[in-house]
Design a protein around this ligand. Structure first.
Ligand SMILES: Cc1cc2nc3c(=O)[nH]c(=O)nc-3n(C[C@H](O)[C@H](O)[C@H](O)COP(=O)(O)OP(=O)(O)OC[C@H]3O[C@@H](n4cnc5c(N)ncnc54)[C@H](O)[C@@H]3O)c2cc1C
Length: 453
């Protein structure tokens, strides 16, 4: 544990009266969705970028760790104060600073919630597509730092495709922009992508410049009842080969369906798994594509439900959103990964998971954004099966790499997946990453023990 000296703590108390938490009220900032818990020495709630820069100046001067935190919904421990130090919570820096409809650019503070931004942009007819399932309660700062993705990734990409530039603060209290804030610009190396997914280890985001697009006026959702789960995985490739790009292709595998089945009235008995296919865009385009897809699915003998009204569509999507909380029914303990494999390897991967499920006797849910080849693999088990679960996890990650996949598509490495980073990256890649970190954070004060082994 690296302590904040009493002198530094006193300075912080004077600077942030009522906004520096040190007692039991600091404890909630030591947990996230990973189920881990580390006690912060203090938590500070800055309201301006100048305040954050002053915190960074003090951190460098008095050598204490800084852990950036949005809503704390990370599943990997990436916002946790592993060795104590100061948690900087961005929840009060939640202003939308500028909307520029002509340029299709918005500027936000890091603590703006993704869902609030989406709602705010509607009145300008604009849309910010990245939509992690946590969009209603996760921050843009957290989304950028994890490179968050979501169901719409298939057509629209993920957070990385919408970050134009970042104003970043560094230990010592200086700040810089990672790239130009114009729609084009090649003067400097473009550092923006380096910071997307950096999990708070390279710098602290003070302002975020985002690209936005016109709000698609029409949506149509098809919910397919799959008699065999693996069929849904081949179907995506077949649909793409028809020249159709759904906004989302989201999979509810058979184990996840076991967990939520009792919530679903009228589900055909033969249904083993579900596939959500959403189309969006201009009205005529969605109508034509919808007719084409309907014919295509009928010709293949699938049963499905089709929703065109906003309310109906959102009700159906609720089925997908209840998976994460419902999985607890299958086991009190959980190991969660968000792996990606090439689309054409998805069936092989699912078969591998089912073989392990049978052999190990633990539940393996594998739902998620399969349009991108991204599975949320959740192992659910009783405490006494924890060694078996660990063995299964390692075997699953090895299989992912054997299939030329990656061990994390969007949730990041955080604290929990660090032991596996060297399985995917070779020593040279790791050395380059560490050298890059040292450029921005030479004393290792930002999010210690996160991301790199
Ligand atoms: C129910 C549920 C569903 C989820 N679904 C998805 C999903 O579909 N897709 C997906 O990608 N993720 C998903 N997640 C994971 C999580 O919501 C995302 O990783 C999200 O981006 C984290 O945002 P946050 O505001 O909670 O950030 P935190 O959890 O607070 O922090 C995440 C990381 O961002 C860093 N950070 C935060 N603010 C800053 C800043 N200003 N400057 C620098 N670094 C910063 C932190 O240090 C940390 O490394 C889900 C989580 C839950 C609980």
């Amino acid at each position: 544990m690296v302590a904040i000296s009493s002198k530094a703590l006193k300075i912080l108390e004077d600077l942030f009266p009522n906004r520096l938490l040190t007692g039991s009220e600091a404890l909630p900032y030591g947990v996230d969705a990973s189920q881990l818990c580390f006690r912060p020495q203090a938590v500070v709630l800055p309201e301006t970028k100048e305040e954050v820069l002053e915190i960074l100046r003090l951190a460098d001067l008095y050598q204490f760790p800084i852990v950036s935190r949005g809503s704390g919904t990370a599943t990997t421990g990436s916002s946790l104060p592993i060795e104590g130090g100061l948690v900087v919570s961005f929840t009060r820096m939640n202003r939308i600073l500028e909307v520029n409809p002509e340029e299709r650019i918005v500027v936000v503070e890091p603590g703006v919630l993704n869902g609030d931004l989406k709602e705010y942009l509607k009145k300008y007819g604009l849309f910010y597509p990245p939509d992690p399932a946590s969009y209603a309660f996760s921050t843009i700062g957290g989304n950028v730092a994890t490179g968050a993705g979501g169901p719409r990734g298939l057509k629209y990409g993920t957070t990385k495709d919408y970050v134009l530039s970042l104003l970043v603060g560094l230990p010592g209290g200086n700040s810089f922009k990672t790239g130009p804030t114009t729609l084009k610009g090649v003067v400097s190396y473009n550092l923006t992508p380096l910071f997307v997914g950096s999990e708070g280890t390279l710098g602290v985001f003070l302002e975020i410049y985002l690209k936005v697009i016109p709000l698609p006026p029409q949506r149509t959702l098809f919910l397919l009842y799959l008699p065999k789960e693996e069929e849904g995985l081949s179907l995506i490739g077949e649909i793409l080969l028809q020249g159709l790009t759904p906004a989302s292709a989201e999979f509810v595998d058979k184990t996840s369906l076991v967990a939520i089945r009792e919530n679903l009235e009228g589900l055909p008995a033969s249904t083993e798994a579900l596939l959500f296919l959403e189309l969006d865009g201009k009205e005529t385009e969605v109508r034509e594509d919808g007719q084409f897809l309907e014919k295509f699915l009928k010709a293949k003998g699938y049963s499905f439900e089709k929703a065109e009204m906003e309310e109906e569509i959102e009700q159906l999507w609720e089925i997908r959103r209840i998976i994460a909380p419902s999985l607890k029914k299958l086991g009190p303990k959980k190991i969660a990964d968000d792996v990606v494999v090439p689309r054409k390897k998805m069936r092989e991967f699912l078969k591998f998971l089912r073989e392990w499920e049978k052999e190990s006797g633990i539940y393996i849910a594998a739902f998620g954004h399969v349009g991108d080849g991204n599975f949320h693999v959740n192992l659910l088990f009783e405490e006494e099966k924890k060694d078996v679960a660990q063995k299964v996890r390692e075997s699953v990650l090895k299989k992912v790499l054997e299939l030329y996949g990656t061990i994390s598509g969007e949730h990041g490495i955080g604290y929990t997946k660090r032991p596996y980073v060297a399985w995917e990256l070779n020593p040279l890649q790791l050395e380059i990453m560490k050298k890059l970190k040292a450029i921005f954070d030479p004393k290792g004060l930002l999010n210690p023990h996160i991301k790199w082994p």
